[in-house]
Design a protein around this ligand. Structure first.
Ligand SMILES: Cc1ncc(COP(=O)(O)O)c(C=O)c1O
Length: 413
């Protein structure tokens, strides 16, 4: 059966906004989204504001620019900008959040009481454990491994099929010692979508909190954090927000936000940032509570090119086209006899389609020599068509993938 056409061909008009797309067949958005001309224009405005205004640019432009970025990130995940905390990367956001969870690990009665009042059935005992999965991005686990000297224990749930982690596997790992479950909305390694609603309910029944790493989902899967079971959400601009490196964000559910007190802080997190009180730290009541120091304004300018584009197109259309291209890729790869490692149900798949290859690096290098850009992780070639890719590009990828896999296997045997 020939693969269906991808919906939303009108989105191909956006291709001319991305210089990278005329330089290569770019199928690696899950590593780094392409850069749009809007980002260049916004960066140029940042530079000219700097030249024209010097430090006055902070008050006349840049603080507003940061607020607008908070509002953009918030709108894309269904909440107001005041709920968003900016961070330079997900790891920093996680470090701040992790510092606020230490009293739960220790079993501090004051915080457990307050959590109960916020509807989380914690019980009275310490909860030293954080649960993540074998398919999650390493920085998730590393945050809590780094806290081992404080008594924090990391539990890593295995994946039975090397593709997904089922709710039953999470259920077996979450108990009265679990403070937090931390996992991706879309797993970066396989593109599988976690059922965050069911997982949130499970966590809350057992008195644990749920942290979702949305990096592979934000801008790609419609997300309404306001109506979700997610307690803590982290994400960033680099991938499906087409906003380059240097900007990430955190959102803590409002009922928990003031209840959790980070012990890693900075003046952007202060309720009275411009009062310059060195001897007092009153944390801001809104999302800025979890911010540290001066954000990278050029990164914010570049990121806003991407958020503007995502808001203009809408996450629903981005999702539909991306999933269609993924489905076409899976169909062609199946037909060609490649070992596809992807969730078949498009509703349970993000923007990643992996093909199992024993030694993927030479294959990825040979594709790059053909002008086709994908990447690899251990044992897989990782492909991620985005809304701006064409069906022909996907077809060409499969043809060259088949050719290189057989050449390289032939060279080995
Ligand atoms: C799922 C996921 N989380 C986090 C990150 C990055 O974390 P950080 O912003 O700390 O570099 C990535 C990729 O870079 C990712 O794919």
């Amino acid at each position: 059966m020939p693969p269906p056409d991808a919906r939303h061909p009108e989105l191909l008009a956006y291709r001319s906004e991305f210089p990278l797309l005329s330089a290569s067949v770019y199928l690696n958005t899950c590593s780094l989204g392409a850069r749009s001309e809007r980002s260049r224009r916004r960066l140029e405005t940042f530079l000219s504001d700097w030249d024209e205004l010097g430090a006055r640019a902070w008050y006349r432009r840049w603080l507003d620019e940061l607020d607008e970025l908070r509002a953009d990130f918030g709108a894309i995940v269904g909440v107001g900008g005041a709920e968003i905390s900016l961070a330079p990367n997900v790891s920093t956001a996680l470090a701040v959040v992790a510092s606020a969870l230490d009293p739960i690990h220790r079993g501090d009665p004051a915080i457990l009481d307050r959590l109960r009042a916020a509807g989380v059935a914690t019980g009275d005992a310490p909860r030293p454990r954080v649960v993540t999965t074998a398919l999650d991005f390493p920085t998730i686990g590393h945050q809590w491994l780094a806290r081992a000297p404080l008594g924090v224990e990391l539990v890593v749930v295995p994946s039975v099929d090397a593709l997904t982690v089922g709710l039953d596997a999470f259920a077996a790992a979450i108990d009265e010692r679990t403070a937090l479950v931390a996992t991706g909305h879309v797993l970066y390694s396989t593109g599988a979508v976690n059922d965050t609603a069911a997982l949130g309910r499970l966590c809350h029944e057992r008195g644990a909190l749920l942290l979702v790493d949305g990096y592979q989902a934000t801008g790609l899967l419609p997300t309404d954090l306001g109506a979700s079971e997610v307690d803590i959400y982290v994400s960033g601009s680099l991938k499906w927000l087409f906003g380059g490196p240097g900007m990430a964000f955190l959102r803590v559910r409002p009922e928990l936000r003031e209840l959790l007190r980070p012990t890693t802080s900075g003046w952007f997190g202060s309720a009275r940032q411009f009062a310059f009180e060195v001897d007092e730290l009153d944390l801001a009541p809104d999302g800025r509570r979890y911010e540290l120091g001066t954000p990278s304004v050029p990164s914010a300018a570049i990121a806003r090119g991407g958020t503007e584009l995502v808001r203009e197109i809408g996450v629903q259309r981005l999702c539909e086209r991306t999933r269609d291209l993924g489905q076409i890729l899976i169909g062609l790869a199946d037909e060609a006899g490649l070992a596809v490692r992807a969730v078949r149900d498009p509703d349970r798949r993000g923007g990643i389609v992996a093909v199992a290859v024993d030694d993927p690096k030479p294959v990825v290098d040979a594709l790059a020599a053909d002008g086709i850009i994908v990447d690899y992780r251990p044992g897989i070639v990782r492909c991620s068509p985005a809304f701006y890719n064409t069906e022909d590009e996907v077809r060409r990828l499969v043809e060259r993938l088949v050719a290189h896999i057989s050449e390289i296997a032939g060279a080995v045997s």
